[in-house]
Ligand binder design. Structure first.
Ligand code: NAD
Ligand code: USQ
Length: 407
């Protein structure tokens, strides 16, 4: 039986935490376009990390002020922006919640790059304190402000681990049968966490925060276990140059499919880690924003347990992706030493029935949309700094990281 119910309701206010980021910005525009009042909360830390790493989005992203002015110009709609740090500026956030009383809060505001989280002690500690304090403060502030908002969190497929021995990964909860004195009893438990980096570990901890606040304070929560996002533009971000979404290609923040597409666009041999036998889940950015729309429109009822949906549309083996892109573009691929500690190969079968049942019409690789990314990658190839392409962050203690210069 589906745990989802449809609740048609008037459009209210949605807070987008992390609304300046790769997923948050197009989501903010999409929700504003649908008629929601949107309030973005972001401390612009992602832009500061770009400066720290000496890397930049391949696409030239406008300042938040210019982004919001351009959106007003093309849509007539106003998006409010509040610059605060979740996990630090607690009282300001409680006040903001009390004032805005959002119908939904979409929480993207975490340090999300696994390689960055493994660079060294400073980045590990930052990722843990930033992500855990941010998520806990959001929940704690909701209780403090007494709001009955629906919290929609962006989690990751990586909480499950990727080696699942032929099992179809269920949506968050694993059905098990235990033997009791009265005979066998069927239960559902949170799928055992198996993180592959310090970043992914923070997402597994987030799950426990949600479990607890849902149980203790009946907070309505949807946790979206998202796969690797690819693509750049959505219909809204394409409406004005100043609305363009970010495109990360560097060794820390660039995700694999966008990296391959961008590497192909500049004739740089595609960097396949190890054998390329790793299988991962993927979703296009256009489907990300649509999934958030669907999640907001279908909140859990008061008293329901945390709703967990797998936000992915396809799985691919990395070597298959590399071969496909190589064939398409004539650019070769290279097997490079894998800087990560991860299984050299794995099968991955994932259930995503809930989003499909709620009307998601997935964008597939075969839909020719790789062309869109290639157009972006080719158009802005002149902005690429090739020295930032290699993945230098390593998971192994015996391979020292480049010397840390900032503390
Ligand atoms: P991003 O780094 O581009 O965006 C995150 C935004 O949050 C940034 O604008 C940053 O400035 C802000 N932020 C971070 N910490 C903050 C804090 N403490 N207070 C206020 N603002 C803060 O990341 P993204 O790619 O847009 O990912 C968004 C979310 O989706 C993340 O939680 C990530 O774990 C999840 N996710 C992303 C992907 C992906 O492929 N990009 C896949 C699965 C899940
Ligand atoms: N990889 C390559 N070549 C590259 C870069 C990566 O082969 O040039 C490999 C990696 O070794 C890994 C796979 O590609 O096996 C995926 O790496 P990635 O950087 O694309 O994705 P990941 O580190 O898992 O993280 C990204 C997002 C993160 C999100 C996660 C979803 O940065 O925020 O949570 O995807 S998931 O992978 O489903 O857990």
């Amino acid at each position: 039986m589906s745990i989802l119910t449809r609740h048609p309701r008037a459009k209210g206010t949605v807070m987008v935490l992390g609304g300046d980021g790769f997923c948050g910005w197009p989501t903010a525009l999409h929700l504003s376009n649908l008629g929601y009042e949107v309030v973005i909360v972001d401390n612009l830390s992602r832009r500061k990390i770009d400066v720290e790493l000496g890397a930049e989005s391949l696409t030239p992203i406008a300042t938040m002020e210019a982004r919001l002015a351009a959106w007003k110009e093309v849509s007539g709609k106003t998006i409010r922006f509040v610059d605060l740090t979740l996990g630090e500026d607690f009282h300001e956030f409680v006040e903001l919640l009390s004032e805005v009383q959002p119908e939904a809060i979409v929480h993207f505001a975490e340090q999300r790059a696994a390689p960055y989280s493994m660079k060294g002690a400073r980045q590990k500690r930052y990722t843990v304190s930033n992500n855990l304090c941010a998520t806990h403060d959001v929940l704690c502030a909701m209780v403090e402000a007494g709001v009955d908002s629906h919290l929609v969190h962006l989690g990751t497929m990586g909480v499950y681990g990727y080696g699942t021995a032929g099992l179809t990964i269920p949506e968050g909860y694993l059905p098990i049968t235990v033997q009791t004195a009265n005979g066998p009893q069927d239960l559902e438990v949170l799928y055992p966490a198996n993180p592959g980096s310090v970043y992914h570990m923070t997402k597994t901890q987030d799950q426990l925060f949600f479990f607890y606040y849902n149980k203790n304070n009946a907070i309505r929560i949807t946790d979206l276990h998202q796969g690797i996002v690819w693509g750049t533009q959505t219909p809204e971000t394409a409406r004005h140059e100043a609305l363009i979404n970010r495109f990360d290609y560097d060794g820390d923040y660039g995700t694999v499919l966008n990296r391959f597409l961008m590497q192909a666009a500049i004739g740089y041999p595609l960097t396949v880690h190890g054998s390329g036998g790793q299988t991962r889940a993927f979703i296009h950015i256009r489907d990300t924003v649509r999934c958030i729309e669907i999640a907001i429109a279908n909140p859990p009822k008061k008293g329901d347990r945390v709703m967990i949906l797998n936000q992915m549309t396809q799985t691919h083996r990395l070597i298959d992706l590399a071969e496909k892109i190589s064939e398409m573009t004539g650019v070769p691929y290279e097997h490079v030493r894998n800087p990560r500690v991860e299984a050299a190969e794995n099968e991955l079968v994932v259930s995503n029935e809930q989003f499909l049942a709620l009307g998601l019409n997935p964008t597939k690789l075969e839909d020719g949309l790789m062309e869109e990314v290639q157009t972006i990658a080719k158009r802005f190839a002149h902005r690429c700094d090739k020295s930032k392409i290699p993945c230098v962050s390593t998971w192994r203690r015996d391979e020292p990281q480049p010397v840390e210069t900032t503390e």
